[in-house]
Design a protein around this ligand. Structure first.
Ligand code: SF4
Length: 488
C-alpha cells in the first residue's frame, strides 16, 4: 500500500491554516519547541481514550507499532474485519491517499458503529470536522457505517467508589452533521493535496486562526517579526485584530484619534503619557473594609480529567495546597503557614481542617481574584457537607485585593492592561519576583503536583520545596502590595 499524503491530523492542520500544513510537511524544523504543558494535555487525552475502551471491552487493537507503520495498521484492520472481529481499537483506514484511525469500531447486529473519544466535556465544532473526515475515509474505503458518535466526559458524574465507566462518559451521535460535511471534506482534501503537490508556501497571513481551534505550533516562526512588547494585543478587551486589520502592530503606530472603547483607551493614554493613575479616595475606602487579623490566602489546584478521588467530577478544581500569611494586628510580625497534599491521597479533607483551624472565626481573608478561592470552597462544601457551616462562614470574609487594580483605581502603564498579580507585583514591589523561582505560575504548579507520585523520593523532596516556595510568594506578594497601597 502506498504511503498516505494526508492524515486526520494533517487534514485538520490544513483546515485551520494551509500554511500550517505546508510547514508541517516541508519545513518541520520551524516548529515551536515542544511544550511540557501541551504534552501533559496530550497524555491525559490518551489516558481518557484507553479508559473509554472499557465501554466496549474485549476488542482487538490495531494500533501501529510506530508512527511509520500506519499502512500495516490499515492491513491489520482489514484482516480483523474479515476475520469476524466485533470490536477494534485504533481501526485504521486509507482512501485516496488519506489515512485515518478511529478510536473504537464496533459491530452490532451486523452493522458497524464508529466512536471517537475526546477528553473534553462537550462536543466542539472541530470534532465534527475531524469525524467527518473519518466517516469519509472509512465509508469510501468500503465499510458502511450505521452511525458515528463522539464519546466525551460527563462533568456531572461524581465518582463514588470504583470508576463507573458508563456514567463517566456521554455518547452523542453526530451522524447527521457528519453527512452534511461530506462534500466539504471531499473538496478540502482535493484543495490541500493540490497545494502540497505544488510545494509552494501559502502566503496566509497571521490571524485569529493562529489559535483557533488549536494553538498553532508554528507561531514562533510566523509571528517572529511582530513586536514582542507593547504590541496591539497588549491592549485589554480585545481590539487587537481590528487594529491589525487597520494596519497597526505596535501601540506607537495607533493614531491619536483612533476610536477605542474606554478600557483600552485608558491603557493607551497611560502608555503614551507614562503616568500612573491613582484614586486615593477609592483605595482608602477599600482598605477601610479590611479587619484584623488579616489572612492573606491562596489555593493551588489540580483538575484531573478522570476523577481520581471519591466525591469529585471530571475537571473539577481540587485544591491541593494553600499558603497563608497572617498579620494579626497593625504591629504584629507576619506569620506564615502552608499546606501541601502528599501527591497520592485526596488532600481535601486534611486541607479543610487546616484551613478551619488557621483561619479562625473573624478577620478579613485577603485573596487575589478571590472569586476563584470562593468557588473552590463552594466545591468543598458540596463534596464535604459536614464542614458546610465553617466553610460558609469563611466564604463570607473575603476581600479581593485585585479590586483596586481591576477597577483602575491604581493603574500603571507597565500593568499592560492587566490586573494579574504577575503584572502588578514587578511594578509595585520590584524587589520581589517570580523570575528566581523554579515554578513561576499556577499551571506549572498543577502539573508538577499531578506528576509528583511518579517521581523518585529525591525529586519529590525538591519539587515539594519548589511548590511551597511558589505558593508562599503568591501570598507574600499580596502582603507587600497591600502595604504599598497603605503607604499611599
Ligand atoms: S502561526 Fe498562524 S499563519 Fe502561521 S502557520 Fe500557524 S496558523 Fe498559519
Amino acid at each position: 500500500m502506498t504511503k498516505h499524503i494526508l492524515s486526520k491530523s494533517t487534514f485538520m492542520y490544513g483546515c485551520q491554516c494551509p500554511k500550517r500544513l505546508y510547514l508541517h510537511k516541508f519545513k518541520p524544523e520551524l516548529c515551536n519547541p515542544e511544550d511540557e504543558g501541551q504534552q501533559a494535555i496530550f497524555a491525559a487525552g490518551t489516558n481518557v481514550g484507553l479508559i473509554a475502551r472499557d465501554l466496549f471491552p474485549g476488542g482487538e487493537d490495531a494500533s501501529p507499532t510506530d508512527t511509520y507503520s500506519y499502512q500495516k495498521s490499515v492491513e491489520k484492520t482489514k484482516q480483523l474485519i474479515e476475520g469476524g472481529a466485533t470490536v477494534i481499537y485504533e481501526a485504521a483506514f486509507q482512501f485516496d491517499a488519506v489515512l485515518c484511525a478511529l478510536d473504537i469500531l464496533v459491530k452490532k447486529k451486523n452493522r458497524w458503529y464508529a466512536y471517537e473519544v475526546k477528553g473534553s466535556t462537550s462536543v466542539k465544532p472541530q470534532y465534527i470536522q475531524d469525524a467527518s473526515l473519518q466517516y469519509y475515509v472509512i465509508t469510501n474505503s468500503g465499510l458502511k457505517l450505521e452511525d458515528i458518535s463522539i464519546v466525551y466526559l460527563n462533568n456531572e458524574y461524581e465518582r463514588v467508589g470504583d470508576l463507573d465507566i458508563v456514567q463517566l462518559f456521554n455518547i452523542d451521535s453526530i451522524h447527521d452533521q457528519v453527512l452534511e460535511q461530506q462534500s466539504f471534506v471531499q473538496e478540502k482534501i482535493a484543495e490541500l493535496k493540490s497545494m502540497l503537490n505544488k510545494k509552494k508556501e501559502p502566503t496566509t497571513d497571521i490571524g485569529p486562526h493562529c489559535s483557533d481551534p488549536y494553538d498553532c505550533n508554528f507561531s514562533e516562526h510566523c509571528w517572529q517579526d511582530f513586536p514582542r512588547e507593547n504590541n496591539i494585543f497588549s491592549l485589554a478587551y480585545g481590539p487587537g485584530w481590528k487594529l491589525y486589520n487597520d494596519g497597526f502592530k505596535h501601540l506607537d503606530e495607533i493614531p491619536e484619534d483612533y476610536s477605542l472603547s474606554s478600557r483600552p483607551a485608558l491603557q493607551l493614554k497611560h502608555y503614551r503619557n507614562g503616568e500612573t493613575l491613582i484614586n486615593k479616595v477609592a483605595i482608602r475606602e477599600f482598605l477601610g473594609e479590611f479587619q484584623y487579623p488579616l489572612y492573606f490566602f491562596d489555593f493551588e489546584t489540580i483538575m484531573p480529567s478522570v476523577p481520581e478521588f471519591d466525591h469529585s467530577r471530571p475537571y473539577q478544581q481540587l485544591p491541593f495546597q494553600f499558603s497563608l500569611h497572617i498579620k494579626r494586628s497593625e504591629d504584629a510580625e507576619l506569620e506564615h503557614f502552608a499546606f501541601l497534599g502528599d501527591g497520592i491521597n485526596d488532600p481535601r479533607e486534611t486541607l479543610i481542617n487546616e484551613m478551619i483551624k488557621l483561619l479562625g472565626k473573624k478577620g478579613s481573608i485577603v485573596g487575589w481574584n478571590a472569586s476563584f478561592e470562593k468557588t473552590c470552597i463552594n466545591g468543598l462544601i458540596a463534596n464535604y457537607p459536614k464542614y458546610k457551616k465553617q466553610l460558609e462562614s469563611i466564604n463570607e470574609r473575603w476581600v479581593d485585593l485585585m479590586k483596586p487594580f481591576q477597577s483602575r483605581w491604581y493603574y500603571h502603564p507597565n500593568f499592560a492592561g492587566s490586573a494579574s498579580i504577575k503584572n502588578v507585583l514587578p511594578v509595585m514591589v520590584p524587589e520581589l519576583s517570580y523570575q528566581d523561582l523554579d515554578i513561576q505560575e499556577g499551571g506549572t504548579a498543577s502539573l508538577v503536583y499531578s506528576q509528583l507520585k511518579s517521581q523518585t523520593l529525591e525529586v519529590q523532596a525538591v519539587e515539594r520545596k519548589q511548590l511551597l516556595e511558589y505558593c508562599k510568594l503568591d501570598t507574600l506578594a499580596m502582603v507587600r502590595i497591600w502595604e504599598e497601597l497603605n503607604d499611599l
